[in-house]
Design a protein around this ligand. Structure first.
Ligand SMILES: C[S@@+](CC[C@H](N)C(=O)[O-])C[C@H]1O[C@@H](n2cnc3c(N)ncnc32)[C@H](O)[C@@H]1O
Length: 268
């Protein structure tokens, strides 16, 4: 086990119903199976991260299979790297994590999110993984303990990523391109904001380098009003756009471009 105590950073080991460190900081396993390694003093709010409504909307949408090609490619790219230990940072309700786990059956898999509502649901998708409620700013895993980190539509703490990676390991990042959901954004806003899809590349710290990039693009026909409502609710458009424009989007079928980039950023 390579978990570390979020309070004193010493190694955690398994005890009766959870984990504990030599200083006797103890963390119980929740009924659903995850470990809560987010001490109150590290929380900025009572319920940080995505709330239950956002998590449910994302779960319904993803389980509808609309983004299945994205998850498949992510898992293939991870499997090609054959990591011994991997961690999904900002795993949400675990749709992508579970597909990673499926293509990495012999690896030691971890996943974390700061949202308890998300992890509570996620851990049911792949009980063989170690699921954590934890912050990506203080990941409770040892230095150089991971060969692959996944970051899917999530923010990232690059210094933590660098610390967690073993030499030769890397970060598999999946995020939107400038074209992603363009038709949806055109329906929601008078002026569609430019999106810099390469912004994250400027954040790569010394000691890491971009080794591979690719884009996956396809047209998605959204014929169910529930799917359109969920797509809005799981993105910032759910609160950013006006109620009137959102209602118009939900009312009509439309075709939207999905365009996602994958970057593999290696630790040197
Ligand atoms: C857009 S969602 C993506 C979830 C999932 N990867 C997916 O694509 O379905 C971003 C996730 O990052 C989580 N998050 C935000 N800040 C975080 C932090 N400081 N530490 C850990 N997770 C965080 C949120 O709770 C949310 O589940």
């Amino acid at each position: 086990m390579s978990l570390t105590c979020p309070i004193c950073q010493q190694a955690l080991s398994l005890v009766d119903n959870g984990v504990a460190c030599p200083a006797n900081h103890r963390f119980d396993r929740a009924r659903q199976g995850y470990l809560n390694l987010l001490p109150v003093q590290h929380k900025n709010s009572r319920d940080p991260g995505d709330n239950a409504a956002m998590v449910e909307a994302r779960r319904r949408f993803l389980d509808g299979g609309h983004y299945a090609p994205l998850a498949r490619r992510l898992a293939e790219l991870a499997a090609e790297r054959a990591p011994q230990r991997w961690l999904d940072i900002g795993c949400g309700e675990g749709y992508y994590t579970a597909q990673l786990a499926e293509l990495l059956p012999d690896a030691d898999g971890y996943a974390l999110d700061i949202s308890r509502e998300a992890v509570k649901r996620a851990c049911k998708r792949a009980p063989q993984l170690t699921w954590l409620v934890a912050s990506m700013a203080r990941v409770p895993l040892a230095d150089a303990s991971c060969n692959l980190l996944a970051s899917v539509f999530s923010p990232l703490d690059w210094q933590e990523a660098l610390r967690l990676l073993a030499p030769g390991g890397g970060l598999l990042r999946m995020g939107p391109t400038a074209e992603h959901l363009m038709q949806l954004r055109q329906k929601l806003y008078d002026e569609v904001r430019d999106y810099d899809e390469q912004k994250h590349l400027g954040l790569i710290p010394p000691g890491m380098r971009l080794a591979h990039s690719e884009t996956l693009r396809f047209a998605l026909n959204l014929t169910s009003s529930q799917a359109r409502a969920d797509l809005l609710a799981m993105t910032p458009h759910g609160w950013r756009a006006s109620a009137e424009r959102r209602a118009a989007v939900i009312a009509e079928d439309f075709e939207v471009t999905v365009a996602i980039r994958y970057d593999w950023i290696e630790k040197l």
